[in-house]
Design a protein around this ligand. Structure first.
Ligand SMILES: NC(=O)c1ccc[n+]([C@@H]2O[C@H](COP(=O)([O-])OP(=O)(O)OC[C@H]3O[C@@H](n4cnc5c(N)ncnc54)[C@H](O)[C@@H]3O)[C@@H](O)[C@H]2O)c1
Ligand SMILES: [Zn+2]
Length: 689
């Protein structure tokens, strides 16, 4: 939390007056979750104890509404709350003897569910249930965790909050910690909440508003105190100066594909880069090498970020990267071996998630872009915590065994096992030229559906913006980017692919598709028309393919290039010699690149469409008139003309071409290169031979 910017109370009595108890709980939760200074994404939970009628017996019962497993309090809806019978939770509390029962008690929670609510209660349910107050908030505020992660956390809690906030030392959440918290609240009725060591804040109140305002006030108290007492300069001052902004980005773009190539062998990973000022303060500091290896403190943080980041020098060459990455893996495997228990789940991916580059910023890699971005946000939470704690005391990570027991907790493993199966293109990155057009956008849609990240490149900015925004809405803002680029301009092509790497960490699929048409009898073909056709089609495909190829080769994970050529690349057509020749050049370029790329696992294949009228911008202009004239029919008859001309007597749509591109882009065609696939409803003149 930055100094001087205290959290305002956003509570609106007029809004609250219209809400019932569950509605008030949701209102409070969404308010709390709307500011990352209050709690990290997906972190924290809220509850209220609400009177209800038992659906079976009609008896009056008390039900705990508590944020369930999964989701985020900022965006959750009422269905995000688990509902459990309070009296049954109390019966379990009475039966509890010792820590050996923890996991069995989790199973027992299922027997406490009220009204067949499918939302699973989380492990924090106990901590809410046993606090006697009706309303309870639990948040992971960086400012409070900073105090909870300081070496003298007990004394600091007292100094900062006085008598109104209690303290419990670190313990993994569960029924035992819930009982301790409940007892603390019962025995100290003056308390408004408690700090949990190395973890976060619990606060409570008699009304939803009181609880919410206490949470805000306690966080503000912590933030203001830290700001006033922080030692300067932060993190012991600067050790490495930040590179200039464009050099930071260039360094990230060089490193990202190299890292990605080394950590994506088992599972493809997408990346994220940030050089936010708070990140640079840390990675450039004197304290970096001492603090980073201590690991993150809050369990929520390290489940996303792994305990430790990997520090990389900005100029690390490939052998240096090999050594550093191998060193990290060995260190992680050794940690697993030291801490594992007889029934621990198997060793997970030993690669780092967070890569800190002094002078440059922070790179993160995870199974998909959203996870990589959120992991970076979590590490920023961890940076804030380290800054706060080390600024007023000594920062402490969680003891290694405790961290391991959380990371490899059987319940955590069960959560991972419940995750939906990865889509075939998850974590992969595709670059599509002409992405705003008919075939390009259909191809993007097909790839996005399979979990692929997509960068759409096009000269037509208005169409590009519209198409990109539509996909962002359907597939999520992390999945798609649009970049304005003219395929004939070398510098623009280079820049667009650089941006792709910076956004997603690498590249797997290049779809060369941007195009125009031209039509004229040979003697009427001007040099300008010839050159323009060649520039956009042949040369444009070459420039994009070459830049993509360079990245794929450096990344060393193979890759797939798909060229959208044309029936006209194989079969001659009258009055379109420039277009036909340019399209033939694309096919031959694909073959040459297939040959050169094979040793690196880079496949290059071609899809040949024919007469895709619907959705295509090239069929909206002059081309249609010329084709109609050349066939001696009206423009309105063209679609029917081409359908009848095809062997299968069917029209071809952009989605049909997209299906062919997807086949070559994905592992479905892992053993094909140098091929072409006609998607034209059958046309004997373009049969392969
Ligand atoms: N539609 C068909 O019948 C058909 C048939 C055979 C081949 N093709 C080929 O399919 C590809 C896509 O065609 P479509 O039907 O989707 O057309 P389209 O016009 O709908 O899409 C082409 C896109 O490329 C973009 N573009 C044009 N010049 C560019 C440049 N210099 N730099 C970057 N972007 C540029 C356009 O803005 C447009 O968004 C083209 O290569 C075309 O030759 C189409
Ligand atoms: Zn927590």
């Amino acid at each position: 939390m930055t100094q001087g910017s205290l959290l305002p109370s956003l509570w609106d009595d007029a809004v609250a007056a219209r809400l019932d108890e569950p509605g008030l709980l949701l209102y409070r939760s969404n308010l709390l979750g709307s500011d990352l200074r209050i709690t990290n994404f997906g972190g924290g939970n809220t509850s209220a104890k609400v009177a209800a009628k038992d659906p079976l017996t009609g008896a009056d019962v008390q039900v705990l509404w508590v944020k369930g497993s999964g989701g985020d309090i900022g965006s959750m809806k009422l269905d995000g709350f688990a509902t459990v019978y309070m009296d049954r939770l109390m019966q379990l509390r009475a039966q509890y003897r010792d820590l050996s029962q923890e996991d069995a008690m989790v199973q027992a929670l299922d027997h406490c569910i009220f009204n067949l609510n499918p939302r699973a209660p989380s492990i924090d349910t106990w901590l809410h249930a046993f606090v006697p107050q009706v309303h309870v908030d639990h948040v992971h505020s960086d400012a409070v965790i900073a105090i909870a992660a300081a070496k003298d956390q007990v004394a600091l809690t007292k100094t900062v909050f006085g008598d109104e906030i209690g303290y419990l030392p670190w313990q993994r959440p569960g029924i035992d910690l819930g009982i301790q918290l409940g007892r603390l609240a019962e025995e100290n009725p003056h308390l408004k909440g408690a700090v949990l060591g190395s973890h976060g804040l619990f606060t409570w109140g008699a009304t939803a508003k009181e609880c919410y305002e206490t949470t805000i006030r306690i966080i503000n108290t912590a933030a203001a105190w830290l700001a006033a007492n922080e030692a300067r300069p932060v993190f012991g001052g600067e050790k490495v100066p930040a590179l200039a902004a464009q050099d930071r980005k260039a360094a990230a773009r060089r490193l990202m594909p190299l890292i990605r190539g080394r950590i994506s062998k088992a599972e493809m990973k997408a990346g994220h880069f940030t050089d936010a000022p708070e990140v640079l303060d840390f990675v450039n500091s004197n304290a970096l090498t001492a603090l980073a290896p201590l690991g993150t403190s809050c369990p929520d943080h390290f489940l996303r970020t792994k305990i430790k980041p990997l520090i990389l020098p900005a100029d690390a060459d490939e052998p240096a990267l090999d050594a550093l990455i191998a060193g990290y893996r060995a260190d992680y495997a050794a940690y697993y071996d030291r801490c594992k228990r007889p029934n621990s789940p198997a060793l997970r991916d030993p690669n780092a998630v967070i890569y800190l580059v002094p002078g440059v910023g922070m790179i993160s890699f995870a199974k998909d872009k959203s996870t990589a971005r959120i992991s970076a946000e979590f590490y920023l939470n961890a940076i804030n915590v380290m800054r706060g704690a080390s600024g007023v005391s000594t920062y402490q990570g969680l003891p290694e065994q405790e961290a391991f027991d959380i990371e490899y907790w059987l319940l955590e493993e069960a959560k991972l096992q419940r995750m939906p199966k990865a889509k075939p293109m998850q974590g992969r990155v595709a670059f599509i030229t002409g992405g705003a057009g008919g075939i390009g956008s259909a191809t993007a849609d097909r790839l996005l559906k399979e979990g692929c990240n997509v960068v759409l490149a096009d000269v037509d900015q208005p169409s590009l913006d519209e198409v990109t925004a539509g996909f962002a809405k359907r597939y999520g803002r992390d999945m798609v980017r649009g970049v304005v680029m003219d395929v004939t301009q070398e510098t623009q092509v280079v820049a667009a692919l650089e941006q792709t790497v910076q956004e997603y960490g690498g590249l797997d699929v290049v779809v060369n598709n941007a195009g125009i048409t031209s039509a004229a009898a040979v003697e009427d073909t001007t040099l300008a028309m010839w050159n323009r056709t060649m520039d956009i089609l042949s040369t444009g495909y070459f420039l994009v393919a070459r830049e993509g190829y360079r990245i794929l080769k450096a990344q060393a994970l193979g890759g797939s290039m798909v060229f959208v050529s044309s029936k006209n690349g194989v079969a001659a057509s009258p009055a379109a010699s420039a277009y036909c020749t340019a399209k033939a050049a694309e096919i031959h370029l694909a073959r040459c690149m297939a040959l050169e790329g094979a040793p690196f696992g880079i496949r290059v294949n071609v899809v040949n469409p024919d007469a895709v009228l619907r959705g295509s911008k090239i069929w909206q202009g002059e081309w249609s008139q010329q084709r109609a004239a050349s066939n001696k029919i009206a423009v309105s008859e063209l679609e029917e003309h081409y359908r009848k001309r095809s062997l299968l007597q069917r029209s071809v749509f952009p989605e049909d071409i997209a299906e062919g591109v997807y086949f070559f882009a994905s592992d479905l065609s892992a053993k094909s290169t140098g091929n072409f696939l006609n998607v034209d409803a059958g046309n004997a003149v373009s049969f392969t031979r």
